[in-house]
Design a protein around this ligand. Structure first.
Ligand code: HEM
Length: 486
């Protein structure tokens, strides 16, 4: 076993002794209390500790493992970590092992080292910023379709409606499915499966693998296994069909992945394709939906922000091109500020030190677990004046470095869906603000709550549609790539 993996085995005495000597600002509470506080109220826990240790501290938040993890929220230390990923720091795939029943063992999140490098090289070109343009019209049309199903004056949950949009974007742009039986079945089964893991019962199955017992269709784990099997059958059938009938006109991400080959000319196997699709679903579905629900919250909680945005959209006239919308400065600032104030992923992936390093004057030995804390970095008073206030203008006045503003993490593990998520966030918000009049239905202060891997609004953000505006027109594209969706 390699050195770093040796140290990360929490039951090894040497690991514990070593870290007790080196820990920067260790928290004193017992590990189960720290873990419980972090699981139940991640942001409350982090904010409390931040007051005492604003740059770096050591917590035991990994449940029964008791592994100490150095939590870092100083841009200089974050830069050191993210610019030395794969050299001084490594994200071993096994840290995400609890997600294996959902994602499969070939998932990008499950692999490390050379295997991770190969898979990223295969996947990344499909997510390139320029490619996202092809999905513009699709996103606007889907937003229209979902929003038009809402009734006037009826209360709805912004999170649920944004999930509907986010799921359909993934099904169409990523999976390449936009109609027919397979599409309908997956549209029903995928949220059903992910919905199971919103309950504490199913979450505990992930944390305690010995509970993962299939006692038939009516047992909780058996129910999950059967839904997953149905999903797998549909995905493998789709992959098989495309292998027999390849269509070079298709621009969905699955088609691009099927064409991709590694340095040795090898394409992805069916199992790798299936696991990557599930990873994109789990990584992209809730995260983007939560971010879009927050955008609706802020633009209606602070009507002056919504109004300023509408005025900016009006400058584009009646016929709006998705790329012109994407480039609007105030819209970009609103999206950035949304991801700054409540980043959907409060922490990046945990990294393990590979060779002795210094972080902010602390000496860390190989095997030490470190984690860049996105939320606390985004709330530093020395970087962001009045950090608790939603002020999009700060992004117009100042350019933040990737170690000061990092909603998508960074280094070799940076989110692969960042361009798609930003594109979707901008087009969905622009479409809704231009076409519909909405209002918040609940004026209670929002609470933050853990949602599987992410943190989102506790009450789902209750809103109501109060009217419609004159819709703007998206110029019809004549390119074959855009038409192939319809
Ligand atoms: C607003 C939306 C999103 C946010 C805030 C977000 C955030 C993140 C963060 C913080 C990470 C960890 C990065 C690190 O450890 O340095 C990550 C990784 C990842 N994200 Fe996202 N994400 C979003 C949307 C998406 C979408 C749309 C997809 C795919 C369609 C996606 C797929 C992934 C994958 C596959 C990884 C793992 C990358 C790797 O380990 O190499 N995410 N994301």
């Amino acid at each position: 076993m390699r050195k770093s993996y040796y140290y990360s085995t929490y039951c090894e005495d040497s690991f514990v002794v070593l870290n007790q000597m080196q820990q920067p600002n260790p928290l004193k509470a017992p590990s189960f209390i720290q873990s419980l506080q972090f699981i139940l109220n991640p942001v409350g826990f982090l904010e409390k500790v931040h007051q005492q240790y604003p740059d770096i501290f050591t917590a035991k938040i990994f449940g029964f493992t008791g592994i100490p993890v150095v939590v870092v929220q100083h841009p200089q230390a974050i830069q050191e970590i993210l610019t030395n990923d794969r050299k001084k720091f490594v994200v071993p795939g096994h840290v995400n092992k609890i997600l294996q029943p959902l994602l499969g063992k070939h998932s990008l999140l499950m692999v490390s080292g050379e295997q991770h490098k190969r898979q990223r090289q295969l996947v990344m070109p499909s997510f390139h910023k320029e490619r996202m343009q092809s999905y513009g019209q699709l996103i606007v049309n889907l937003t229209e379709k979902v929003m038009s199903q809402l009734s006037l004056n009826q209360v709805f949950s912004a999170c649920s409606v944004m999930q509907e949009i986010s799921l359909q974007v993934i099904l169409q742009a990523v999976f390449g499915l936009y109609e027919g039986q397979r599409y309908e079945k997956l549209k029903h089964l995928l949220p059903l499966m992910l919905g199971l893991f919103r309950s504490p019962l199913y979450n505990s199955f992930l944390f305690f693998p010995f509970l993962q017992k299939d006692f038939g269709a009516w047992s909780p784990w058996g129910r999950f296994v059967r839904i997953r099997q149905q999903i797998d059958e549909l995905l493998y059938a789709e992959i098989a069909e495309r292998r027999v009938q390849p269509n070079s006109d298709r621009i969905d991400i699955l088609s691009l992945l099927m064409e991709a080959t590694d340095e040795e000319g090898q394409p992805m196997t069916d199992k790798e394709l299936r696991d990557e699709l599930m990873t994109m679903l789990v990584g992209g579905f809730d995260s983007t939906a939560i971010a879009m629900a927050w955008e609706l919250y802020w633009t209606h909680h602070l009507p002056e922000v919504g109004e300023k945005l509408r005025q900016e959209l009006d400058t584009l006239g009646n016929s709006k091109n998705p790329m012109d919308i994407f480039r609007l400065p105030y819209l970009s600032a609103v999206c950035n500020e949304t991801l700054r104030i409540y980043p959907v992923g409060v922490m990046a992936n945990v990294r393990f030190v590979q060779e002795p390093v210094e972080l902010l004057g602390y000496h860390l030995e190989p095997g030490t677990a470190v984690i860049p804390c996105i939320y606390l970095t985004h709330h530093r008073k020395d970087l962001y004046q009045k950090p608790k206030q939603f002020l999009p203008e700060r992004f117009l006045q100042h350019q933040y470095s990737p170690y000061e503003f990092l909603p998508f993490g960074g280094g070799v593990r940076r989110c692969i869906g960042d361009a798609l998520a930003m594109f979707e966030m901008k087009l969905v918000l622009a479409t809704i603000l231009s076409h519909y009049k909405l209002a918040l239905a609940d004026h209670q202060p929002v609470t933050l709550q853990r949602q599987i891997m992410f943190v989102g609004p506790g009450n789902g953000i209750k809103m109501v549609m109060t009217g419609r505006r004159t819709p703007f027109k998206i110029p019809q594209s004549t390119s074959k790539t855009t038409q192939s969706f319809y």
